[in-house]
Design a protein around this ligand. Structure first.
Ligand code: ZN
Length: 331
């Protein structure tokens, strides 16, 4: 090969390499920066409870943001989340769960601009003002309210931790007997403190069983909101067949005509109370028998009450639903 050709090859090679080297370097710097911003400091050692004096609560209907003392807010959350006639130990468990959930949101950030959390149960957690709660109760209003305040005061500053870090304390209404791996509901990876846990006694609550009935047309229309190409032969024996279950015993995959849907998307499309269901045909209609209420991750509220009735304390309840965790008091 001629010398000139070799020089040309070297020059061309350098021209290609320089931009590649710079791009790789720039990318790795950018990645480092992003990672630094993304990791929230969840170790509770560095926080004192006075760090969290008030929270900014977004009222989802009016868009108004209100600054509320944290403990007052927690009382109003349990007033919205749990029936006051539940056992005191269950209300205490709910208080710690709601406090942990709230602080986690404050530390990790929320989608609500200018606010820490909102008052919608489908987005963050339920909330009701004292005034509205009193209007809905028929009698012994002050006595009932005092019970909620007691549940919060007995657990003041207490949060749930895993390896010294604040957990993402999800909760729901009724697990139907067994809670769910977090990854089965929202994807991503599993969390060691949100694993399936079994509870006895949840079948005694009205939240345990429900039915949802659709005409064939209604059913197809609802599935078409996501799958416009759906084709269903309702006489096919595979219609509504459960193909796979989750570790918590909910539907993972179910067949509807030419499509296999996940249990979670079926629940969302049809507005079912949970993803633990069976499908049957009733005359010209499609019937879903649904067990449990809610996503099934973390603490089950009726499960907490069932455990309290069996003599368990709020700490027993919390460490049952949030595996391998501890209750830590922030001073
Ligand atoms: Zn929200």
């Amino acid at each position: 090969m001629k010398k000139v050709t070799i020089y040309i090859l070297i020059i061309v090679g350098i021209c290609f390499l320089i931009p590649i080297i710079f791009t790789v370097k720039f990318k790795s710097e950018k990645k480092e920066k992003e990672e630094k911003v993304e990791i929230p400091e969840l170790s509770v050692e560095q926080y004192s409870y006075s760090n969290f004096g008030t929270i900014k609560l977004l009222h989802s209907k009016t868009g108004e943001i209100e600054e509320v003392p944290l403990d007052e807010y927690i009382v109003e959350v349990i007033a919205g989340e749990m029936p006051v006639d539940f056992e005191l130990e269950a209300l205490k468990a709910q208080s710690v769960s709601a406090r942990t959930y709230t602080l986690y949101k404050i530390i990790t950030g929320t989608p609500h601009e200018g606010a820490d959390i909102c008052d919608s149960s489908t987005c963050c957690q339920a909330w009701i003002s004292k005034e509205d709660r009193f209007a809905k109760w028929e009698d012994n209003k002050q006595e009932k309210w005092n019970k909620l305040v007691e549940a919060v005061n007995c657990t003041l500053g207490e949060v749930i931790t895993y390896n010294g870090e604040l957990i993402n304390a999800f909760f729901h209404s009724n697990s139907g007997g067994k809670t769910e791996n977090v990854s089965e509901v929202w994807g991503g990876s599993d969390l060691p403190y949100l694993m399936p846990a079994e509870t006895q006694g949840e079948e005694n609550y009205t939240q345990y069983h429900s039915e949802a009935i659709f005409t064939k047309d209604e059913f197809v229309q609802k599935i078409k909101e996501k799958y416009s190409d759906i084709e269903i032969n309702f006489d096919d024996e595979k219609f509504g067949q459960i193909q796979e279950y989750t570790p918590g015993g909910r539907v993972k995959k179910v067949q509807f005509g030419n499509r296999i849907l996940t249990g979670v998307e079926t629940r969302t499309l049809l507005g079912l109370r949970s993803a633990r269901f069976t499908v049957s045909k009733e005359g010209e209609n499609i019937k879903f028998d649904v067990i449990g209420y809610g996503h099934g991750v973390g603490l089950s509220q009726t499960g907490a009450d069932a455990m309290a009735k069996q003599g368990y304390t709020y700490k027993d309840i919390l460490t049952h639903f949030y595996t391998n965790t501890e209750i830590t008091k922030l001073e």
